[in-house]
Design a protein around this ligand. Sequence first.
Ligand code: HEM
Length: 403
Amino acid sequence: MQNLSRRRVLTIGAALGLVGVADPSKAWAWSSSGSIAATDTVTDPWGVWDDATDPLLADLLENGRIPGVNTAFEKWVRNGDALPSGIPAALTTWLQGHNRLPSWADQTKLDRAAQFNKRMSMYLFLLYGLGSGIMSTVIPREARNVYWSEGGAVMKSRAAKTFTYGYDLSAVDAFKPTGHFVVTSNKTRLTHAAVRHLLPQSSHWRAVTDDQDFIPISNGDILITFHSLGTFVHGKLKSWGIRMSAAEEEAFLHMWQVALHLLGVRDDFIPATWAAARAQSQYALTPLLAPTPEGIDLADILLGLTSQVDLGVTKGFQREFARYLLGDQVGNWLRLPRDYASRAIIEVGWPAYVAFREGTSGIIPTTYSLFDQFIRGVAMLFLNNGTSATYTPITIPTGNRAG
Ligand code: HEM
């Protein structure tokens, strides 16, 4: 872990809505008593990968079986679909063991989460898209992994694939037979296992990766990404004063707990409560945030993609909104240009917009339509990727980025 000063960690944490005391100089000490397994052990998740899956993908890649698997996966999309035919027997056996919800999944909570996602959809597009998406570029390992993997060279389709995951997770029937999320998660888990075999073969990646990241995408790395998604979004919704019942908050966490399980994260690492999630995030995500050349490039590409559509605001406004969500430290790392006039409008106008939308203020702010057009524009941008003919299926990579 990088040796960041406590003060700096607190400043970044506060900006992200992930306030608390973190001590980045300590080794992993998050007790699994706060996990859904509730066992009081301390295992370093950065030393845990996916033993049930990684050897299988290494074998399929080495034997040239992945292109055929990707073809067979094209029509395998819904949770209730029969398993695809024409794939290697070992993969069929793996799917038989993994293509289902964990025994502890609670359908009532998942249904509640689905309704919550629907009600929150406008905020979620904005927070996942402009918040979590850009935050991923200041998570050094993730930025380097994404940049040097095959998809790093074609960020538009990669972003669209990532959106597929978020869209499938947030759909009303996500976890039901008609939904897609269990299948999408399995494709993602297999993709991650392929990356663990492929990236260590990339001389570019090996030249930039940190010493401990000799095999990418450990359980610890996945937990960090979860905090940049679920924990960050939950924290922002709370800090904006969005109405959420305790049952909704619990359901939203439960949805993410199931999602983490489906990605191969062990139950003794999955936080049982939002308090435990926040503690883990302050400890594991916040101190690790840092700029990298790869991340700066990726952020520029991602923000450029969102600027291609008319959000009803200037490019400067959009960059300032990312700064507003992630804090100026992150904005400075990513060299996001300043637009102080837009920032002044955002600082005053966004809380007023949220208060009016949530019914806590009866006064329509003068900038209401500006923010309304912006938030709808961001939603449409993602929806067009997710539901039109450009819907991009997740495919398992067979190589790395060339250079
Ligand atoms: C691929 C989601 C964690 C690195 C993917 C894909 C999805 C996804 C949907 C398939 C789409 C695509 O190819 O882009 C997630 C989620 C995570 C997570 C939901 C955690 C909650 C991570 C972490 C890393 C990582 C921690 C690295 C440190 C990658 C890479 C690819 C990938 C390199 C392959 C891109 C390619 O095809 O070249 N992930 N991921 N992911 N993910 Fe993740």
